[in-house]
Design a protein around this ligand. Sequence first.
Ligand SMILES: [Zn+2]
Length: 373
Amino acid sequence: MDNKSPILEQIGAGRSSSSKKSFLAVALMFSVSLNIYFLWFDKDQTSTLNAEASLPQEVKPVVQTLATESTNSPSEEVSIPPKENFEVAKASFEPVESVEGGTVKALSFKIKNSLNYSLCKIMSKEDGCRQLAAYISRLLTWNININKEMRKGDLVRVIYDSLNNQDKFQVLKLNYHSAFHGQVFSFSFYHTPGKKYGGYFDNKGREIAPRIVDIEAPIRDYIEITSLPGDYRKGRFSGHRGTDFKADVGTPIYSSFEGKVIRRNWNTRVNGYCLEIDHPRKGVITRYLHLSRALVKRGEFVKQGQKVGESGNTGRSYAPHLHYEVQQRSGKKKFIHPFKSKTHKFVKQEVPPARKDEFLKTATGYDSLFEDS
Ligand SMILES: [Zn+2]
């Protein structure tokens, strides 16, 4: 994407202070927008927000949830929305600044209660505050335990492109000042020429999110990981069992290891076209859901890295993505987190040396958009 000079021109075009909503409006917005958001964003997602009132404010972790999906796993139960127990306290929140111009916007705000809460104080539901909060959460999840490590007063500075469409955000830059970690986490969007999709990189040009090594990867080209296993919630749900890779329909899907296809296209109403592959030598079973095409048959032996299908948006899926599950082969059902186990190897990509200067220019160019920089 073109992400440099036009921004610099647009950002000076106009600015307005954020609108301040009344307490009641915020409370109403929360109760309504939570439902609207999850209906709109991905119907198989769920969320619970909690306020731990007994702890003093200074040590109270800010409870923040990541979007997850809980109903498209193979043996999923019928979902009932969890009971809301989020209490809105009267806030004395003031945004640090809010600048906007054109479609690229810069926001600075401090965390109070939660990321959702803080963002929706300075940005309306119509402008997609909850979607942007979910987007920021996904970026932060590789560095910060969002449920435990956010602190009141943490400063968040974000530059994003709303792409003239409420539901489509492109965060260009995110700086998160973490009191818990005593450091600033910085994320810059950069699309390395020649790569299919861009990604987020720290100030040294290292990608924020790890990637499964190609030979073990179920998908190699994807826009971002939108949900991870173990995004557990308090309430009646089990957590998300897989990893969701957002990708265009038709992206090649590969068998992570050698094995045998043991199921194909079961429970398609929920799973869409799907595959289940047994990997006895690896001791795991893998599942690939919401495919547009499954290219191998039940009983067929597949090699590691063999193309077995193409990603899609079938079954209970509201945006094109691959849902990838890894489960232990024996014993009780135990789901494996690909980025927290030894089942997969992963790497962190870097901006190629020849592109480092260009990247650094882009990253510092974003910073100059903040008013006080
Ligand atoms: Zn999923």
